[in-house]
Design a protein around this ligand. Structure first.
Ligand code: BG6
Length: 470
């Protein structure tokens, strides 16, 4: 099964790349935009704030022209809720509507499919002040925002993603700057999963609404999926890996696809008196919303063993690292894998394994909505960035997508992170991912000029040959 005849990438494969509004746009309080949780959060020491980012808001035409030069068939971006609805609900900000109209039209000018993420880590601050996702009204807040997007952009946007990395919002919200827990809460785990439940109901309603309003559009979730390996063949380690897979991955996809809580997660929540309150009718809503495809972000796998007493539940964890959950699993390093400069393990083969596992569980077409290497890039005096390490990473991962296609997994496209340099969730601009370099540092805004990295030219060739020349 390892060496086999390769199947080609499908003819209409969506080669592209991704960004998110709060990390790329800047102009964070301009032209009527309201503050989101990202604009009011405590910025991690030594890293930039989100007021300018890479100024995509003003330079999107130049940026999309560069993406078109690479031959992008798709551009995945997110719509900032607070640009459309500065207070989260109520009055619409026409300048915000116009901005995304222009952005979408600019993509279409180059035959680039706009893939819209409806929510990427940027809850309106005004809604956080009303209890955030803890408030049951959050379901209606989100559905109202979804309706406005479908009304305004549904004539041109065919691919929609609901909530970016809902699993990370739930598991590592404090690191991303998103979790708001009402004062006086005693059982934080329960409250977090109550928020998670509201997001799941909101997502399901948004998927139903999309199908009603836009029968030709496709919509799906976009969790961060990392297949979890057992540290050894010891049966207890294998059970721990099943637990971690359920908590980290399958809860979100079981819900999106089947509308049912994963039994291992439910048992875990029961044990901690942390089951969310489920209102009459919620189960029906959850079962009625069906995705057309699965969008997912993949950076690496995880490896876990049986839990022991030493675990302080997920202290210091981020999206791709976990030291474990007391009584459930213990995160360990995988000795077979190398790491990025920022300490994330690198596992291209695990990408294929993750895709295979997802397809056998859900049987839906899949779209890679993120994958990529965060690194310290250096601009040379003659305006080049020699990021061979990124080319190697992407090449190895794309090769695994092709192997997964050859395994008969249905793949719609590949949109790595990120189209252009942008601000990382918690490690600043220094952790760069883009094909396009932006001249700025953490606190010195520089010229904000754009430069094509070596990976830019390499990816152009990959797209030109539809993945035949990696
Ligand atoms: C994902 C997010 O978790 O990974 C992105 O969807 C994020 O918003 C990306 O930027 C890379 O993570 P980081 O922490 O390196 O920015």
């Amino acid at each position: 099964m390892l060496h086999k005849k390769l199947k080609p990438f499908p003819k209409d494969f969506l080669w592209g790349a991704s960004t998110s509004a709060y990390q790329v746009e800047g102009a964070n309080l301009s032209d009527g935009k309201g503050p989101s949780c990202q604009d009011v959060k405590e910025i991690p020491e030594g890293t930039s704030d989100l007021s300018v980012c890479v100024d995509h808001y003003h330079r999107y035409k130049e940026d999309i022209a560069l993406m078109a030069e690479m031959g992008f068939k798709a551009y995945r971006f997110s719509i900032a809720w607070t640009r459309i609805l500065p207070n989260g609900t109520g009055e619409i900000n026409q300048q915000g509507i116009d901005f995304y109209n222009d952005l979408i039209n600019e993509c279409l000018k180059y035959n680039m499919e706009p893939i819209v993420t409806m929510f990427h880590f940027d809850m309106p601050d005004a809604l956080d002040k009303q209890g955030s996702w803890s408030n049951r009204d959050s379901v209606d807040w989100f559905v109202n925002f979804a309706k406005i997007m479908f009304e305004n952009y549904g004539d041109r946007v065919k691919y929609w993603l609901t909530i970016n990395e809902q699993n990370m919002l739930t598991l590592v919200g404090p690191v991303i700057g998103t979790l708001r827990i009402p004062e006086g809460t005693t059982n934080i785990l329960k409250e977090t999963y109550q928020q998670n439940h509201h997001m799941l109901v909101a997502q399901s309603k948004a998927m139903q609404l999309c199908h009603e309003m836009l029968p030709n559009a496709k919509i799906g979730p976009a969790p961060n999926i990392s297949l979890v390996y057992a540290a050894t063949s010891k049966p207890e380690d294998v059970l721990a890996a099943q637990n971690c897979n359920a908590i980290r991955n399958w809860l979100y996809l079981d819900m999106a696809v089947y509308g049912k809580y994963n039994n291992l997660v439910w048992a875990y929540l029961e044990e901690h008196d942390a089951c969310p309150e489920i209102l009459d009718g919620d189960n029906e809503i959850l079962e009625a919303g069906k995705p057309d495809f699965i969008g997912f972000n993949y950076y690496n796998t995880m490896t876990v063993g049986e839990a022991d007493d030493s675990i302080v539940s997920d202290a210091g964890a981020d999206q791709q690292s976990s030291n474990g959950v007391a009584g459930v699993y213990k995160g360990v390093a995988n000795p077979n894998l190398g790491k990025t400069e920022f300490g994330w393990e690198i596992d291209p083969v695990g990408f294929r394994g993750t895709i295979r596992e997802m397809y056998s569980r859900y049987r839906l077409p899949m779209l890679v909505t993120e994958n990529g290497l965060g690194a310290y890039d250096k601009l040379t005096e003659d305006g080049k960035v020699h990021d061979q390490y990124r080319i190697n990473y992407l090449r190895e991962h794309i090769a695994q997508v092709q192997l997964a296609i050859s395994d008969d997994c249905e793949m719609l496209g590949y949109c790595p992170w990120s189209a252009i340099d942008l601000i990382s969730t918690h490690e600043g601009i220094r952790k760069r991912y883009g094909f396009i370099y932006v001249d700025r540092d953490e606190f010195d805004l520089g010229t904000l000029n754009r430069y094509r990295k070596d990976s830019f030219f390499w990816y152009k060739k990959v797209i030109e040959t539809n993945g035949a020349d990696l």
